[in-house]
Design a protein around this ligand. Structure first.
Ligand code: NI
Length: 169
């Protein structure tokens, strides 16, 4: 089932998510719905808080909605960062029609479990590393636009305010 994706400035996107205590059928269904939603919206990653569930659950597929070859479901992901800082061009299904450069770290050593409760351990670099950092930020209630300079952020907020006002007319 395709789920509605919450959009900034929805306050639910700023909440810290709780760990998944047990992998129940409901959690499996949520993960499947999140993957379906991600593909339908042309995304490469989606975190549970974006669909209104404050749970530490993330889906990723860098092969994209056309290929769907590399789906990763991360339950309770944790990571250790290393390497240099680099700028990545990011967008987010919760911040439509906007992209900006964000500073991320080069590598992420990721630990999580899958929907079978088996450990998932991998070293991410490049796009995958950025994607893990972006999605895990959602679990802390952080959006990529929270990592912009104050000036850029003010410009975005102004633009959004105008859009909302125009819409209300
Ligand atoms: Ni996002």
């Amino acid at each position: 089932m395709i789920l509605p994706v919450l959009q900034y400035p929805d306050p639910r996107l700023t909440r810290k998510s709780a760990p998944v205590e047990e992998i129940t059928p409901r959690i499996r269904e949520l993960a499947a719905d999140m993957a379906e939603t991600m593909y339908a919206r042309d995304g490469i990653g989606l975190a549970a808080p974006q669909v209104g569930e404050t749970l530490r659950l993330v889906v990723l597929d860098l092969s994209g909605p056309d290929r769907r070859e590399d789906l990763r479901v991360l339950v309770n992901p944790e990571f250790t960062l290393s390497g240099v800082e680099l700028e990545s061009d990011e967008g987010c299904l919760s911040v439509p029609d906007y992209s900006a450069k964000v500073v991320r770290r080069e590598f992420a050593a990721v630990r999580a479990v899958d929907l079978e409760g088996r450990p998932v351990v991998f070293d991410a670099s490049g796009h995958l590393s950025v994607c893990v950092q972006h999605e895990c930020d959602h679990l802390e209630g952080i959006l990529f636009i929270d990592r912009l300079s104050r000036l850029k952020r003010e410009m975005l907020d102004k633009r959004l305010k105008k859009k909302i006002t125009d819409h209300a007319r």
